[in-house]
Design a binder for this molecule. Structure first.
Ligand SMILES: [Ca+2]
Length: 382
């Protein structure tokens, strides 16, 4: 009897998974400075989605859900069952299954990289990164292997970072939060509050800035970061850009340079959520630390970011888009060269926490809302 009930339930969920969703064709039309924005829901019912990666050749998109599932979304909005072969994640607070990116050679090696929070001792956790091969039927990751672990593990649920970005030479950058243990962002013997640079197999390049120094982690590329939840490679300059969720006030956009100190927690434009100053802070600008490239005095709660580099929507060309969790909208930054000259907020009508934004191969923006009933939206100009 129980088995029959289970079978019926499984059949019902299979039907749900395979039938075309009713919301797929609906589009919302919103006003913006650059014309009418059209928002199409590709899929709903995602459990706190965190990141999206596009498979080549119209094979759909991989989406991470923070509680620990990796799913495939078909181009017409069908949501797969969770893929098998994904590592066990420590899904507490801000931790769980986080970023997903494809290998630059995905067409040859079918390798998928994941960042996630991994359990340590005493109820604490840290960011880890691993990779596996996507099976031909896209139903599982095979031979998953951990290539990087944040050490020590200090998080009780906060500030994992953890965006993954390949540069043009094939180095892998990982952005790492300070696990809400502020002073560690300045400690070069720890991997909290850092950007690290490794080879795709986890080995450390000899030309990293601190290689060979005593009591310094050789993976470190730059340091003094709080919770870098957004990062992307600037397609015009090839440099790594990073944004971070500040304390109360002081969200930052930074251009990441080799060996540089980005200040946290010695230099910040923000204060504690309680209203008290950051105990370690010495000011907004501190000698030896690079100030933010751009700063928000009122924290939008920055998350995933994307450069727009496509002919489809010309008014967006050379813009930067960043998801905002607290202000619940999508930030559009108009740029002149590297300088931010104007800001607009989009998608505020949805009233959803925006976790990630990516430019799809079709030139549309794809946006994830970090909600219990999260969505993947396709966003364009009409
Ligand atoms: Ca800073």
């Amino acid at each position: 009897m129980l088995r029959k009930t289970l079978q019926a339930a499984l059949c019902a969920s299979a039907v749900l998974t395979l039938s075309a969703p009713a919301w797929a064709a609906q589009a919302q039309v919103l006003k913006s400075e650059e014309g009418t924005v059209e928002v199409t829901t590709v899929v709903r019912g995602l459990d706190h989605p965190w990141s999206v990666a596009f498979l080549p050749g119209q094979r759909g998109m991989l989406v991470t859900e923070r509680p620990g599932n990796l799913r495939l979304v078909s181009p017409d909005g069908r949501l797969s069952a969770p893929l098998s072969g994904v590592p066990e994640v420590w899904a507490n607070g801000q931790g769980g299954l986080l970023d997903v990116v494809l290998s630059p050679d995905f067409k040859q090696d079918r390798t998928v990289y994941l960042s996630y929070s991994e359990a340590g001792k005493d109820g604490k956790a840290g960011t880890a990164v691993g990779r596996g091969q996507l099976s031909e039927d896209s139903k599982r990751l095979e031979n998953f292997d951990v290539i990087f672990r944040q050490q020590p593990k200090l998080s009780t649920g906060n500030h994992f970072g953890s965006r993954l970005v390949f540069d043009r030479e094939g180095y892998l950058f990982i952005t790492l939060g300070e696990n809400n243990d502020r002073p560690t962002a300045q400690d070069l013997d720890k991997l909290q509050g850092k950007v690290v640079r490794i080879y795709p197999d986890g080995k450390v390049p000899d030309d990293n800035p601190f290689v060979g120094q005593k009591n310094v982690r050789p993976e470190i590329w730059s340091y003094g970061l709080r919770n870098p939840q957004g990062a992307a490679l600037n397609p015009w300059s090839g440099t790594l850009w990073e944004n971070e969720h500040g304390p109360k006030g002081g969200d930052e956009l930074n251009i990441i340079e080799r060996g540089k100190n980005y200040g946290w927690p010695l230099a910040t434009h923000g204060i504690n959520y309680s209203g008290a100053p950051i105990p370690e802070a010495k000011g907004k600008d501190v000698e030896g630390a690079l100030g933010p490239h751009h700063v928000w005095q009122v924290s939008p709660g920055l998350s995933g970011m994307a450069f727009y580099d496509n002919e489809r929507f010309k008014p967006w060309q050379h813009n930067v888009f960043i998801g905002a969790l607290v202000s619940r909208n999508l930030i559009r930054l108009q740029m002149e060269g590297d300088q931010v000259v104007h800001e607009e907020r989009l998608l505020g009508e949805l009233q959803e926490r925006i976790r990630d934004v990516r430019q799809g191969p079709d030139g549309y923006l794809y946006v994830l809302s970090d909600e219990d009933d999260g969505a993947l939206y396709k966003v364009g100009l009409k």
